[in-house]
Ligand binder design. Structure first.
Ligand SMILES: Nc1ncnc2c1ncn2[C@@H]1O[C@H](COP(=O)(O)OP(=O)(O)OP(=O)(O)O)[C@@H](O)[C@H]1O
Ligand SMILES: [Mg+2]
Length: 357
């Protein structure tokens, strides 16, 4: 059931300002999702993710800017003529219908003949492993099964573009991780074009060919998951990804050198005097007093045990940093520790613009 028809989605200068709002919900958004690509939209609550999807679906109109699907400008096209399917968070299924009829409904609405409907429902059910559920009603399904039926309802009519708005967020953690893998497989099987909204960073990293980070209605960075993680464009992006996220410390430049966390390191090439230094928790390692080379010195403030690893918070001059230590044998609160890091693992940001240097 491939999608020969997958089409790109192009947002140009998209702006939506709700009446009485202090700032636009989204502003000047430029974004291209290539045919067959999954772009994951992430960002904190209220940054404009759902607003963006609703505009693409045609459920809302932009104040300015355009939306194209393939090379067709759909800005003024009603939702039912856009060939877009949307899966909402906690999507409500018709309680009185059997799964078979829920899946067939969107096809019936479009005048697909009975035999063809039956074939498509069967193929979709097989793809989602819900064949044995076809004669049940939603009240007889688990949350995860209902979610799969909701996906099926979107998939069954083979739209050009899929829109997902936090489709897994109302599920428990275990089920979410199972379905996350299934959704990933599904998207690559279908070779569909998809815009997928989440504020779960694991979903973003694992499902997106590219990740778009929104901040207060504006695009902060769009890049591959790897680039987002290894070269975040700003302190905002840096602190959004990673568990724990990147450590950020204020730093001051003195000529060729920078003072940060009580140590002196080589300055990045910049005229800026006030800097922010970023370091990922996995790049900090406990070392003994005999360590040669740069190391932060501080006092252990707190410990979180996660099983495979422990997260240790250490107070250092000018702030706190977190690092990961394997297993259940971290140092204890109050211990003095030294933390080494490879100099090339440091990220530098301008303190004023918050942008990567
Ligand atoms: N119909 C509306 N009328 C007025 N303001 C709205 C409307 N819909 C959304 N907003 C506002 O627009 C901004 C963006 O909302 P949106 O729903 O797009 O956020 P979101 O990124 O999806 O957040 P969440 O992660 O909480 O779902 C918010 O400030 C919200 O209050
Ligand atoms: Mg939302």
């Amino acid at each position: 059931m491939g999608f020969a028809m997958a089409a790109s989605v192009t947002l140009s200068g998209l702006t939506r300002r709700f009446a009485g709002a202090p700032r636009p919900a989204i502003e000047g958004l430029d974004l291209v999702v290539a045919a067959g690509e999954t772009v994951v939209l992430v960002g904190p609550s209220g940054c404009g993710k759902s607003t963006t999807l609703r505009l693409v679906a045609g459920l809302d109109r932009p104040d300015s800017g355009t939306i194209a699907i393939g090379d067709r400008d759909v800005s003024r096209v009603p939702p039912q003529d856009r060939d877009v399917a949307m899966v909402f968070q906690g999507y409500a299924l018709y309680p009185h219908l059997r799964v078979r009829d829920i899946l067939a409904f969107p096809l019936k609405m479009r005048g697909v003949a009975r035999a063809e409907r039956r074939n498509r429902v069967a193929a979709t059910a097989e793809l989602l492993a819900i064949t044995e559920l076809l004669d049940r009603r939603p009240s007889e399904l688990s949350g995860g099964e209902q979610q799969r039926v909701a996906m099926g309802r979107a998939i069954v009519r083979r739209p050009e573009v899929f829109l997902f708005d936090e489709p897994l967020s109302n599920l428990d953690a275990a089920l979410r991780s199972v379905l996350r893998v299934e959704v990933g497989k599904l998207l690559s099987t279908l070779e569909a074009t998809a815009l997928y909204v989440t504020h779960d960073q694991t979903e973003a990293m694992t499902l997106g060919h590219r990740v778009a980070v929104l901040r207060a209605g504006r695009l902060e960075q769009i890049d591959t998951p790897r680039r987002i993680y290894e070269a975040p464009a700003s302190t905002f992006v840096a602190s959004f990804f990673g568990t724990p996220p990147m450590n950020l410390l204020d730093a001051a430049r003195h000529g060729e050198k920078v003072r940060v966390g009580g140590v002196t390191v080589a300055s990045p090439p910049t005229d800026s005097g006030r800097l922010v230094c970023g370091i990922r928790p996995e790049h900090l390692g406990l070392v003994g007093d005999d360590h040669r080379g740069s190391a932060l010195t501080g006092t252990v403030a707190s410990i979180e045990l996660h099983g495979a690893e422990s997260h240790v918070t250490v107070a250092v001059p000018g702030g706190g940093v977190r690092l990961k230590v394997a297993g259940f044998a971290p140092p204890s609160p109050g211990d003095r520790v030294r933390l080494a890091f490879p100099p090339e693992a440091l990220h530098w940001f301008d303190a004023t613009s918050e942008r990567r240097l």
